[in-house]
Design a binder for this molecule. Structure first.
Ligand SMILES: Cc1cc2nc3c(=O)[nH]c(=O)nc-3n(C[C@H](O)[C@H](O)[C@H](O)COP(=O)(O)OP(=O)(O)OC[C@H]3O[C@@H](n4cnc5c(N)ncnc54)[C@H](O)[C@@H]3O)c2cc1C
Length: 154
């Protein structure tokens, strides 16, 4: 079962339209906002989160989960053990890498995660501060909402 304190789905297998099966995605801490390749790091992004109090609060609370996810993302047999609870016939050879996605997640100063869509209006701008899953599925209604917010400005 996914951990209800975290906005991630846990281990799951998805049958794709081409007949293949994807396993995951797992979810690990990113060290660069735009870091799609593995091991990406950005000094400024790291400085941003380590100086944000909410990060340390969430890090304390989710230390064990985070460490296990991070470890299983580099140690295939660890991840395989979780996956085999659902599909025992899989072997490490079946786990081939897929490109990573970046899941931006807004966190408040008190360490809680913003679980809904979050917009912030300033006189000349509308900021989309949090667009978590299922924002891809809801892209059209979100687009409508953003357009109407902008167009209905006084
Ligand atoms: C692995 C994974 C699985 C997911 N599965 C689902 C799912 O099944 N269903 C679902 O509904 N949602 C899913 N989501 C969530 C969904 O992808 C996001 O909620 C959605 O993409 C958010 O849309 P966005 O436009 O806010 O951000 P993004 O899609 O992340 O787009 C932001 C864009 O801005 C660009 N950008 C960033 N910084 C700069 C800059 N400084 N200058 C110029 N460009 C910049 C980025 O390159 C990126 O193209 C998933 C996410 C991940 C990571």
């Amino acid at each position: 079962m996914p951990n209800p304190d975290l906005p991630f789905l846990g281990v799951h297998l998805t049958l794709m339209m081409d007949g293949g099966v994807t396993v995951g995605p797992n979810a690990v801490m990113g060290f660069a906002r735009e870091g799609y390749p593995k091991w990406s790091m950005n000094r400024k992004d790291i400085a941003d989160f380590v100086t944000f109090p909410g990060f340390w609060k969430i890090a304390r609370k989710q230390l064990k989960t985070g460490a296990v996810e991070q470890w299983n993302s580099v140690y295939k047999p660890g991840y395989l053990e979780l996956v085999r609870k659902y599909c025992p016939q899989l072997t490490t050879a079946d786990l081939t890498p897929e490109p990573a996605g970046i899941r931006a997640q807004a966190v408040r100063k008190d360490g809680s995660m913003v679980e809904d869509f979050l917009f912030y209006d300033t006189p000349r701008m509308l900021h989309v501060c949090n667009a978590p899953s299922p924002a891809a599925t809801s892209a059209m209604p979100i687009g409508d909402l953003i357009a109407s917010k902008v167009l209905n400005r006084g």
